[in-house]
Design a protein around this ligand. Structure first.
Ligand SMILES: [Cu+2]
Length: 403
């Protein structure tokens, strides 16, 4: 062989090895798939299957997943137990900066706009959240789908302000983007932008391949949906929720991923209540002497920075509970501004993210991350942001691994 031919043959051989290694990796997936009893399902769904047969299957089994979600005005308590559950003691002076009510302080309770799930289009009955999901706190309902599906969100705005639902990742047209701006559209393509108080709008989103996990992802990925009429104000007011999308065929009948025993979702953010739609109402309602409040005062503004996980401070979140040896999938997200760089840290157990081992994740505003844990260490463990200022201000909670 001539030299160029030898080089060419070597290149072909190398790339074949790479392709083989990559397809093996993809078929057997991340750390959780490797433990899974459902390897055959994973294999059948892997990239080895032809695109044509996969899309034919997707067409035959795809479903429409319908959610009835309202934006409601809710009185939200960041510290419902009234104690610092991390120390097991009453709040100290530093914690009181944020949670103590006073003549010119709002305290731990604020009116907020939250997404909540209802049973049907009448929007009369809230869909009860099981006890095991109480830890989700102020997050909107978990929207679940897999590649090939369609998501239909019937949205009712029960708040006194215009509101919308803007999704990440899924495929939406200009009639389902949920964000008003100068995009050259008009008519019904504007109806989704800002739903007026008391009005209803139906958002329809497709879930194509590019909304599902990429080659390096586990079987599901995290997206978010949030208010985008006035994005900073809407999200500080509380309009945010998670969306979990799986590979085609990766979800069980209940919409959760096969081969995963438990999932937890955690939103790390400093809710800036000074930027909420409800600031004036919160001052009027919750301070003991509203006239004495100076909204421009720096200490007052600091007292309204709620360093929270799912809307809870100082360990007030209901305990996230799992068992030893379980395959646990964590979904991490953040919103906010320059102060919202968060580093969630698990004590006692470790995770794999992007194929790498760690016990600390990195989040920036609007980050969405997935981490897989196989619990091997029983006990009650801290789960907290590792930014020092944030620890002190209450961005700290616990999880329990039962024996
Ligand atoms: Cu933080």
């Amino acid at each position: 062989m001539t030299r160029p031919l030898v080089a060419w043959a070597a290149m072909v051989a190398t790339s074949m090895v790479v392709v083989l290694a990559l397809s093996l990796f993809l078929q057997y997936g991340g750390p959780i798939a490797a433990h899974s009893h459902s390897e055959h399902e994973d294999l059948a769904d892997g990239p080895a299957q032809s695109t044509a047969s996969r899309s034919a299957e997707a067409r035959s089994k795809s479903r429409t997943r319908v959610y009835y979600i309202a934006a409601d005005t809710v009185k939200w308590d960041y510290a419902p137990t009234g104690r610092n559950q991390i120390t097991g003691r009453p709040f100290d002076e530093v914690a009181d900066t944020y949670v103590k009510n006073g003549p010119d302080r709002i305290g731990s309770i604020y009116y907020k706009s939250l997404y909540r799930e209802y049973t049907d289009a009448s929007f009369r009955h809230l869909k009860p959240r099981p006890r095991s999901e109480a830890y989700l706190g102020l997050l909107g309902p978990v929207i679940r789908a897999e590649v090939g599906d369609t998501i239909k969100v019937v949205f009712r705005n029960n708040t006194p302000y215009p509101a919308s639902v803007h999704p990440h990742g899924v495929f939406y047209g200009k009639d389902a983007e949920g964000a008003p701006y100068n995009d050259g559209t008009r008519g019904r393509n504007k109806d989704d932008d800002a739903v007026a108080p008391g009005k209803t709008h139906t958002y329809i989103w497709q879930v194509p391949e590019r909304a599902g996990p990429g080659p390096m992802d586990p079987s599901t990925v995290l997206w978010m949906y949030h208010g985008h009429v006035d994005e900073p104000r809407d999200t500080n007011s509380g309009l945010i929720g998670p969306m979990i999308i799986g590979r085609h065929g990766s979800l069980g009948a209940d919409g959760t991923p096969k081969g995963v025993d438990r999932e937890f979702i955690a939103l790390f953010t400093v809710f800036n209540e000074n930027e909420s739609w409800y600031l004036d109402r919160n001052i009027r309602t919750f301070t003991r002497d509203p006239k004495s409040v100076d909204p421009e005062d720096e200490d007052f503004q600091e007292s309204n920075l709620m360093h929270s996980i799912n809307g809870y401070v100082y360990g007030n979140q209901p305990m996230m509970t799992m068992k030893r040896g379980e395959r646990v999938r964590w979904y991490l997200m953040a919103i906010g501004t320059e102060v919202d760089l968060h580093t969630p840290h698990w004590h006692g157990n470790t995770v794999v993210m992007n194929g790498m081992r760690t016990d600390v994740a990195e989040l920036l505003p609007m980050s969405m991350k997935v981490a897989d844990m196989v619990t091997d260490n029983p006990g009650i463990w801290l789960f907290h942001c590792h930014v020092n200022d944030h620890i002190v201000a209450g961005m700290i909670t616990r999880f329990e691994v039962e024996e």
